[in-house]
Ligand binder design. Structure first.
Ligand SMILES: *Cc1c(COP(=O)(O)O)cnc(C)c1O
Length: 388
């Protein structure tokens, strides 16, 4: 079975990473590498992207409303609440899956202190038009580039447009360190606050336990084992195509933590392959787009000319999501239903029809860089048999 996601590290990386994780310079080497890649002055590593979001809001210290798209990862509005702010949802546009400048403008109020510009699935949002709407306003602009390492907007890498940006090294992202995330900023005031705030972060996960988890994930996504693992997962947890989640109200223990050295090592090792990684993902996305463009039951995302996405998955819209999902599974292709919820709906707020539509119809085709063109063609052949 072809997995929906697969870690981007190799078995060789795991071995080298374990050794590197005991090298005291690994963390500072990764920070230096990210500083030069993003051309930013300050990089702070944390245990996850969501913790980096929490950190920047804490450092800003002006509790109030935070704008964010309602079609989003639930951990984002959760982190906003943990930091003492209030999530204020903005509906997305159907085709681009992102907030429009118009919707952002309509959502502004004197209570809004910050906004997350989310590059969902690695697709840059409408950055310039949103920045125009926010120009001259006293609002902290944070790019949520968690899934978008390497994505470009007007030829410039995303993560360099806001006051601060968040990237993630979680297992489904562009570069997987198994866990981990970073905050990037050129803002000296924020950086100073973050310098002291980071001392409050709890100890990171131990290299050995993380190594074992990463090894297990890498092993389980091998094709021969994956079908069995997926079957077990489906049986135990079920596979709903649409759900309403219950957001966490209280900050879990150990929520604000440092990035494990093993994760830093894995990411550092993979920075050398980032060009190849992105090129593979873009080739797969192009192939999906070409092969599925005439499908009667599958429609494709609308990507603006300004964007060169990074693609943690290739999202398509299918009205009968469950039937499509089952069809692909029967043919040994695992696709993802991420995200199968609207955050607004999960927070009990109505009136976000496009976010709900996305939750009900999005299927993600795999774009991990180890997928071959032949496998992608097979995925398209199977997809094209659906409803035809
Ligand atoms: C993955 C993701 C996050 C959270 O990153 P973690 O490292 O898992 O906390 C936040 N926002 C978006 C859009 C994401 O895709």
């Amino acid at each position: 079975m072809i997995p929906r996601y697969a870690p981007t590290y190799t078995f060789g990386d795991l071995q080298k990473g374990l050794k590197l994780s005991f090298d005291l310079e690994t963390e500072s080497k990764l920070i230096a590498r990210l500083k030069s890649y993003y051309d930013v002055r300050h990089v702070f590593l944390f245990g996850s992207g969501r913790e980096a979001m929490y950190a920047v809001l804490k450092a800003y210290n002006r509790p109030g409303g935070v704008l964010l798209p309602a079609y989003n990862c639930i951990v984002v509005p959760e982190a906003i609440r943990f930091a003492g702010y209030r999530p204020v949802f903005v509906d997305i546009e159907r085709g681009s899956l992102s907030m429009t400048a118009e919707n952002v403008e309509k959502s502004l109020s004197p209570d809004i202190q910050a906004i997350f510009l989310t590059h969902i699935f690695g697709i840059p949002c409408d950055i310039q038009n949103i920045l125009d709407v926010l120009a001259g306003k006293d609002i902290l602009i944070v790019e949520d580039a968690a899934p978008a390492i390497g994505a470009e907007y007007n030829g410039r890498v995303v993560g360099s447009f806001g006051d601060a940006s968040v990237i993630s090294f979680q297992s489904t992202k562009i570069i997987s360190g198994e866990i981990g995330g970073a905050l990037l900023t050129n803002n000296e005031t924020l950086a100073e606050k973050l310098e002291s705030l980071k001392l409050e972060a709890s100890g990171p996960e131990k290299a050995w336990t993380l190594f074992v988890k990463a090894l297990a994930r890498k092993s389980v996504t091998r094709r021969n084992l994956y079908g069995l693992a997926q079957f077990g997962y489906r049986t135990l947890l079920g596979e709903e195509m649409h759900e309403i989640v219950s957001p966490k109200v209280r900050q879990p223990k150990g929520f604000f933590s440092r990035c494990p050295s093993f994760a830093s090592a894995l990411v550092l090792l993979q920075m050398d392959r980032l060009g190849w990684n992105l090129e593979r993902r873009r080739n797969l996305a192009l192939l999906y787009r070409n092969e599925l463009s005439n499908h009667a039951k599958v429609s494709l995302p609308e990507i603006s000319q300004a964007c060169n996405p990074a693609w943690i998955q290739y999202p398509v819209f299918v009205d009968d999501k469950l039937a499509f999902y089952k069809h692909m599974q029967r043919n040994k292709i695992d696709v993802t239903w991420t995200y199968r919820y609207s955050c607004a709906e999960s927070f009990g707020i109505d009136g976000f029809p496009n976010s709900l539509h996305a939750a009900e119809t999005i299927i993600g085709l795999p774009t991990n860089p180890f997928i071959t063109d032949e496998q992608a063609m097979q995925i398209c052949r199977v997809a094209n048999q659906f409803g035809g």
